[in-house]
Write a protein that binds this ligand. Structure first.
Ligand code: WQD
Length: 334
């Protein structure tokens, strides 16, 4: 298929583009590079031997997006583009609502104009909010979140659900990610956020690389076995394969389906720190500090629907995640 990937130069997007190209699909990347580097396009080519088409463009720019659809037949879209920093979204809610919602509404209008009826959407476990018990199941209410970023995911899931009600021939697969970490085994692609990382693994990797002094673990007094928060960390390469499976599903189905992409296991912050130390033969400097606002003590996925509906399950180990993250950090710091 000809697949348009919005945000395809980003962390999860670029890993997904590699999987799509290696599966024989044609890929068109649309990315405004607000949180990605143009070098990623060349690295994708180095890995796969194929260069995806690339347009530096904000998805909310309707004329630009129309011209992409006029230039190439688009059979399906995987929509990653959006602002995604939880803390930043609390400080800048209007930018998050404007950017994340506008880009999606514009994308849907252009898809409709050109008769494109298959969409895989980058959603998040954050849509389960603070009230559901873990493990999270897709049948649970996904109607509130704890940050404007998370609310944009709730709202976009609503928009897509209502759109499919009005257009039953359309297929939307809402992929609810848990905590993607790790990097491509080539060391060429990985999580390389601008500035100081908000998320745990890129922060750990920069401490390991000596770029940051030490890790602060946000809270050691949670009601969990070791007092630190539990999360469902999954390898970004497994996550990328999940998108390929969702695309294949959308190619032969209609309707809207929410699907968790997680391992089904919870690992604590301290547990991940020690796994990183063991996998890479090092000691990480860290301290236990105060809790971070908005953090939930524990959540992980019930991953059974992904296996039943998409034939997908996570296969990489925590060791793989930690080794690949460190390999990428070492190459990125050269
Ligand atoms: C994981 C754990 C922190 C940094 C967020 C978004 C979610 C998704 C993934 C986009 C928590 C602890 C972290 C640090 C720490 N993003 N931590 N020290 O918050 O589970 O999920 O990112 O889709 O939507 O909500 O991930 O990696 O930020 O934190 O102790 O320097 O690591 O407190 O317990 P989170 P995270």
């Amino acid at each position: 298929m000809n697949v348009l990937v919005t945000g395809g130069a980003g962390y999860i997007g670029s890993h997904t583009v590699v999987e799509l190209l290696e599966a024989g699909h044609q890929v068109i990347i649309v990315d405004d590079l607000s949180n990605a580097k143009v070098e990623v396009i060349g690295r994708i080519e180095r890995i796969t031997g194929k260069r995806p088409a690339f347009h530096q463009l904000d998805c909310g720019h309707k004329a630009g997006l129309r011209s992409v659809f006029q230039g190439d037949r688009v059979d399906a879209v995987i929509h990653f583009a959006g602002f995604k920093a939880v803390g930043e979204s609390v400080k800048k809610p209007l930018q998050y609502y404007r950017n994340n919602l506008d880009s999606t509404l514009t994308l849907l209008e252009v898809m409709e104009e050109f008769g494109c009826k298959k969409l895989v959407f980058s959603s998040s476990a954050t849509v389960y909010g603070p009230d559901n018990a873990h493990p999270y199941k897709e049948s649970m209410p996904a109607i509130r979140s704890t940050s404007p970023y998370g609310w944009t995911k709730v709202m976009i899931e609503r928009i897509l659900t209502d759109y499919v009600t009005a257009h039953p021939e359309f297929c939307a697969v809402l992929l609810r990610y848990f905590n993607p970490i790790g990097a491509h085994d080539s060391g060429l692609l990985g999580d390389d956020p601008n500035g100081i990382p908000n998320n745990l693994m890129p922060y750990i990797a920069r401490v390991a690389a000596g770029q940051l002094e030490k890790l602060t673990i946000f809270g050691g007094d949670y009601p969990t076995p070791d007092g630190t928060c539990l999360r469902d960390y999954l390898h970004v390469e497994d996550l990328a394969v999940g998108h390929l499976k969702a695309l294949e599903y959308a190619g032969t189905h209609s309707g809207v389906e929410a699907v968790n992409l997680g391992t089904g296991n919870g690992i604590s912050v301290l547990g991940l720190v020690h796994a990183f130390e063991k996998a890479n033969g090092m000691a990480l400097p860290y301290e236990i500090g105060p809790r971070r606002d908005g953090d939930l003590p524990a959540f992980w996925a019930d991953a059974s629907k992904a296996k039943e509906l998409l034939g997908w399950e996570a296969v990489h180990t925590v060791d793989d995640m930690c080794r690949s993250a460190w390999k990428f950090a070492q190459m990125a710091s050269k």
